[in-house]
Design a protein around this ligand. Structure first.
Ligand code: ATP
Length: 319
């Protein structure tokens, strides 16, 4: 890793703050290979960054502190504000690599619900890297930040990159994918999250019991990549896949009804996003997405619904 500076004056606004946004993701295809000896699964996934954005604002502080507002602050399992928060670890890692003191007050304003299969924590970590690099004047290259991101979590490099990308390995090895257009979605957000490790464990259990097909270790993302390249939403709808869906539905049987409600209400297709429990429903266009959201909101199947589009860029400074 090469750093052009090890600290110095950063780029802050007049009030001494730096703000960055980062997007949620939907996995438009997610193929899970067998369990590896290191406890991870080999993945082939196609990520799409969508327009549901978390906002991370940083300022100089005495040591590190984290506050969280917005989605995920209430409930029985609130987003942590200590070292367990991924932005804390992002700050420590960046400071260590750059040889600066990790002094920052980090304010996370969440629009992305936690433990929803939308990579909200990863988005915050990516936004924190970008914002703190500017605050501390550490001048990391995009490559430097991507290397740090991969150490923070499988989805963090994609939260940094945004757009559309093929992810392999644990998801952290990215290849950009050409996408011809914007796609419009309704995200159906459930009451309560699902822990990602529990969903993978459930998939292993279903596979061992012969109740879910085995991953072949080299699954092909080609149909979804071709659909993204060709453009029509119906082509993408036909190609959407998620190996984790059966496991998420097994742990949360209400998801079956939620997926059906989305297609009954006019979605071209609906799938569980990542490890769930968010349902991503694809619409023909923006108007159709707004109509779909209105119907689903009226039915009360979800805690809340959000109309989003993608691809959108990854973590970036604002203001
Ligand atoms: P993925 O789709 O990447 O598997 P997810 O979207 O299902 O993840 P996250 O929202 O990233 O899940 O959060 C998972 C857990 O990580 C939370 O339950 C929470 O305890 C912890 N966590 C740590 N930092 C954060 C953060 N900044 N925002 C949300 N959760 C965080």
């Amino acid at each position: 890793m090469s750093w052009s500076s090890s600290g110095g004056p950063g780029h802050t606004r007049g009030d001494g703050t730096v703000t960055a946004h980062a997007p949620a993701k939907v996995n438009v295809s997610l193929a899970v290979g067998p369990l590896r000896p290191d406890g991870f699964h080999t993945l082939q996934t196609v990520y799409l960054a969508v327009s549901l954005l978390d906002t991370v604002t940083v300022r100089r502080g005495d040591g590190l502190s984290v506050t969280v507002t917005g989605e995920g602050t209430g409930g029985p399992d609130p987003v942590p504000t200590d070292r367990r928060n991924l932005v804390w670890r992002a700050a420590e890692l960046l400071a260590e690599q750059a040889g600066v003191v990790a002094d920052a007050a980090i304010a996370v304003d969440k629009a992305i619900p936690a433990a929803a299969g939308l990579a909200g924590g990863s988005a915050d970590a990516a936004a924190a890297l970008v914002a703190l690099d500017a605050l501390w004047g550490t001048h990391a290259t995009r490559g430097d930040l991507t290397a740090l991101a991969a150490r923070l979590g499988s989805d963090v490099p994609f939260s940094l990159a945004g757009g559309v990308a093929l992810g392999s390995g644990r998801g952290e090895q990215l290849t950009p994918v050409l996408a011809r257009r914007q796609w419009h979605w309704v995200l159906g957000i459930a009451e309560g999250g699902l822990a990602t490790p529990a969903v993978y464990a459930e998939l292993d259990r279903l596979r061992a019991a012969g109740r879910a097909p085995e991953g072949d270790g080299a699954p092909s993302p080609e149909p979804v990549v071709a659909a993204l390249r060709s453009g029509p939403p119906r082509a993408l709808a036909a190609a959407l896949t998620n190996d984790l869906q059966a496991a998420a539905v097994s742990l949360r049987p209400a998801l079956r009804r939620a997926l059906r409600a989305a297609t009954d209400a006019g979605a071209l297709a609906a799938l569980v996003s990542g490890s769930g429990p968010t349902v991503a429903a694809l619409a023909e266009d923006e108007d159709a997405a707004v109509r779909l959201a209105a119907v689903l909101a009226g039915e009360g199947v979800f805690r809340t619904v959000r109309v989003v589009h993608g691809p959108v860029p990854g973590a970036r400074l604002v203001g």
